[in-house]
Design a protein. Structure first.
Length: 212
């Protein structure tokens, strides 16, 4: 595999290839997500009567699609933010990124499962486990690149690097919490994902009060 650091003083296009490849995976995943929503097959004579009810029945699939679209959008932005200070790469970084993309590219399956069986605990657990793994790998990329200024510039702020790792671990905690909640109520577990809207703010507040 090889861990030799590459690209710091050479051609930055090699590092760009890693980011562009990741962008392509994100684009494909977003495209695949919508394919799970199929237009109802209704006989022409019954369309006006049955179509509204058939569309309402697709509500769980619309919900899981929108949810995953937003999740992918958040992870795409986070991925670019993590790679912004990185100026070089090695084999370990490449494989950490592949493991992150493994979790992202798997997302359409638990999305489909959630859209079909939203009330089943296994659907919620699988979705939360996959997204938690993605968050964990993104935090690992950030930690690995910044540790000892291994793959970032020498003037990159160490405190900011630690904060970014903590912010990356926030979603992991939320998704793991939802797995615990799913043992009591799968529906309630999905509502805990709303905590993702305030995770960054909570982490910043804790960090500013020097608890970490």
């Amino acid at each position: 595999m090889g861990d030799e650091v590459t690209g710091e003083s050479g051609d930055s296009r090699e590092l760009d290839r890693l980011v562009f490849f990741s962008d392509a995976v994100f684009a494909i995943v977003i495209t695949i997500l919508v394919l799970d929503i199929q237009v109802p097959a209704i006989s022409p004579s019954a369309v006006s009567r049955e179509l509204p009810a058939q569309l309402i029945a697709l509500e769980p699939k619309f919900f899981s699609y929108v949810l995953s679209f937003l999740v992918v959008a958040i992870y795409w932005q986070a991925h670019h933010k993590v790679f912004r200070p990185i100026v070089s790469y090695d084999g370990t970084l490449i494989w950490l990124n592949f493991l992150f993309l493994l979790a992202i590219s798997f997302l359409p399956f638990p999305t489909s499962l959630l859209g079909e069986y939203a009330q089943e605990q296994i659907s919620v657990v699988l979705y939360a486990a996959d997204t938690a793994a993605a968050s964990l790998m993104l935090a690992a990329i950030s930690w690995y690149a910044a540790r000892g200024h291994r793959l970032v510039s020498s003037d990159f702020d160490d405190a900011q690097a630690r904060l970014e790792v903590m912010k990356g671990l926030g979603p992991t905690v939320v998704f793991l919490l939802s797995i615990a909640v799913s043992f009591y109520s799968p529906s309630a577990a999905t509502y805990t994902w709303l905590l993702l809207l305030v995770t960054d703010r909570v982490v910043r507040w804790i960090w500013s009060h020097h608890v970490l």
